[in-house]
Design a protein around this ligand. Structure first.
Ligand code: UPG
Length: 467
């Protein structure tokens, strides 16, 4: 199915889709991009996008929201605020899994016209429970990699092989090859592998959500088949529901219509973006873009080492760091910019960007790959070590910042400076090879979204099924 040109989606009677993302940037963004994709495919689709009131405040004034056939709806703020979400992640996740269900059901009772389809984040398992009771079809949307889903689905294998819990300082570099859909994985790269209360609790919550995926009617990934064919094929064999890869599900590219070339042309849409002007004045491939995603961070001491390392490297950089910006600016001097937020995809697609220091969230990973940018991978949590493994070992489009998984010490400024210098050296053989592969992977992704490409076929097949 993935490579044959597919029939266009036929016009149909109106279809009302209720989309409900998990309340986090890394989940809301790809759900919004999926929504835009659905709306662009068929004029008879209407979408109601359900958020908490807080999240409506965060994204409701975005100038790139879909106009036609789209509306927001809200439920009250029954969960802890997005502000400081990372400080008590267990508490946040538990609230999402227990407190949103009732207001959601009340909302569904009132929703007019009633939806024909619900698309929900796979973490919101209670949506599937409610929809099943009402015989409403649900598409479960998993905004992380298919490989990560396969790992969680087969997590009990770790215990059966005597590999759980993992003591990283003893056997973090041991590799296991018994997870379907994955090449061999270091034990240190499994999510939530340690025996702490927090990890066990988060694992229990994640595994519970995974167990509900099979009870939905469709499974959607913002992934591209070519990025992880082994995992997609393995999951297609195991699940009885149809699986569709509709990636890359990126913002600007969708905002620019289906013109895939516009992403690389720094089309500012008339916005006055000082940092884009700054990038415009930098040589091609000379700037390292540094970001740890939308809500996580690393220790203060490590941030200081990164700042001094960046300065000592002599490489130009654009660093997104939500707090301590002024202190970091002072340390880093005038070689680069420190910002609290930027339009990441626009930055990554700029010709001046030559590398991406990333925490390897799945959105950032797809965005970097789609822009053909090589990675310095610095994963922090959950699926990120596995995404880093894809980048470094499977796709070979990046290097790890932390080489030894057993080491618990800080990565020093000297190590960081040396690594950055070597990574940004466009003339080294190793770097040239990595950049070539990044361009090849980028091309494979771009092919997926044109006529006959895997993602285009998948989204059409999904809509034919639904409509
Ligand atoms: O200055 C910034 C920083 C981020 N972003 C965007 O914010 C999103 C961040 O998503 P992601 O890279 O996935 O990071 P997180 O926000 O950390 O994502 C959470 O959700 C992801 C999807 O479930 C998981 O893969 C991650 O591990 C989890 O931390 C991306 O679209 C970025 O383009 C910006 O636009 N500007």
């Amino acid at each position: 199915m993935d490579h044959q040109p597919s029939a266009p989606v036929p016009p149909t009677t109106a279809c009302h889709v209720l989309a409900i993302p998990y309340p986090g940037r890394g989940h809301v963004n790809p759900m919004m991009n999926l929504t835009k994709l659905l709306l662009s495919k068929n004029p008879n689709i209407n979408v109601t996008f359900l958020l908490t009131e807080e999240w409506l405040g965060l994204i409701g004034s975005d100038p790139n929201l879909p106009g036609k056939n789209f509306r927001f709806a809200t439920i009250p703020n029954v969960i802890p605020s997005e502000e400081g979400r990372a400080n008590d992640f267990v508490g946040f996740l538990e609230s999402v899994m227990t407190k949103m269900e009732e207001p959601f059901e009340n909302f569904l009772n009132r929703l007019q016209p009633p939806p024909n389809l619900i698309v929900c984040d796979s973490y919101l398992f209670w949506v599937v429970r409610i929809a099943n009771k009402r015989s409403l079809p649900v598409a479960s949307f998993w905004p992380m990699s298919a490989s990560f889903l396969a790992v969680l689905k087969h997590y009990p294998l770790l215990e059966q092989h005597g590999d759980y819990p993992v003591n990283v300082s003893e056997n973090g570099d041991k590799r296991v090859d018994y997870i379907p859909g994955n090449t061999s994985i270091r034990l240190a790269d499994f999510p939530l592998h340690d025996s702490s209360w927090r990890s066990r609790k988060l694992l229990q919550l994640a595994l519970n959500s995974v167990s509900w995926v099979q009870k939905s009617q469709y499974l959607l990934f913002p992934s591209i088949y070519e990025l992880e064919p082994l995992a997609i094929d393995a999951l297609r064999k195991e699940y009885t529901i149809p699986i569709y890869t509709i990636g890359p599900a990126l913002p600007n590219f969708l905002d620019h219509g289906s013109n895939i070339n516009s992403i690389g042309t720094n089309n500012h849409n008339g916005c006055d973006l000082g940092y884009i002007n700054w990038l415009d004045n930098q040589p091609s491939n000379s700037v390292l873009y540094v970001s740890q995603g939308s809500f996580l961070s690393t220790s203060r001491d490590q941030i200081d080492e990164i700042a001094f390392g960046l300065k000592e490297s002599g490489v130009s950089f654009l660093w997104v760091q939500r707090d301590e910006g002024s202190k970091l600016k002072e340390i880093c001097g005038d070689r680069g910019l420190v910002l609290p937020w930027c339009d990441q995809l626009r930055v990554l697609s700029h010709h001046a960007i030559g590398g991406f220091w990333s925490h390897c969230g799945w959105n950032s990973t797809r965005e970097g790959v789609f822009c053909g940018v090589p990675f310095l991978s610095y994963p922090l949590f959950m699926d990120q070590p596995l995404n880093c493994k894809y980048i470094v070992e499977d796709w070979k489009v990046g290097w790890r910042v932390k080489k030894d998984p057993k080491s618990e010490s800080l990565i020093t400024r000297d190590e960081i400076a040396g690594l950055i210098r070597k990574f940004m050296d466009l003339d080294s053989d190793e770097g040239r090879e990595m950049r070539k592969r990044a361009r090849e992977l980028q091309q494979a992704c771009r092919k997926a979204i044109v006529d006959g490409g895997s993602s285009e076929n998948n989204i059409n097949a999904f809509l034919r099924h639904v409509l």
